[in-house]
Design a protein around this ligand. Sequence first.
Ligand SMILES: [Zn+2]
Length: 205
Amino acid sequence: MDNHSPAIFVGDTLGLDFLNSVATPVDVPIDWIDDGEGLLRWLEQAGLVPRETLAAMRERALPGELDKVADQARNLREWFRAFVNSHKGKPLTADALNDLEPLNRLLERDEGFGRIVARQSGGEGLGFQPMRKWRSPESLLLPIGEALGRFVCTEDFSDVKACEGHACTMLFVDHTRGHRRRWCSMAMCGNRAKQAAHRHRLKQS
Ligand SMILES: [Zn+2]
């Protein structure tokens, strides 16, 4: 498994999936946005940037330009991780606004517009589709910024949790009814914990 394997989307919100784009699913840490190509792949898998836009970016970019944007994306990711870690477990209040200023500065660079299109599914009508001007490779950071912004405004930070798996760094929003979710996924950490508990019981008996 390396960063050409499909990225992991267990956060139940893109804001946290972005943080989970570096993780240790087996033994070795994998950074899915290690370089420019990795960033393009992750953005496509996250559904944040249309495939044609990514192809055009790849074609037009100067050597090293996309790698530089990937650097910026990783800086944004680690800054946002510190924010989430210091605020998770309790509701966000307006006091957090100061800390979020760097994100607001990213968001104000966005150039969005709307377009009227034929509705994709469900019959005849017309749909209003939000669009964005992709002026430079740096604009690839904008949909990430939007996902982070929406995440802090719509999710209850009381439900933001870190996986309890040993050495696991994955974060998720617990949307389960009883708020009992403990693992990034059963396949990755849940089963491992179950097996460890089982071995522990065998040893004791
Ligand atoms: Zn885990």
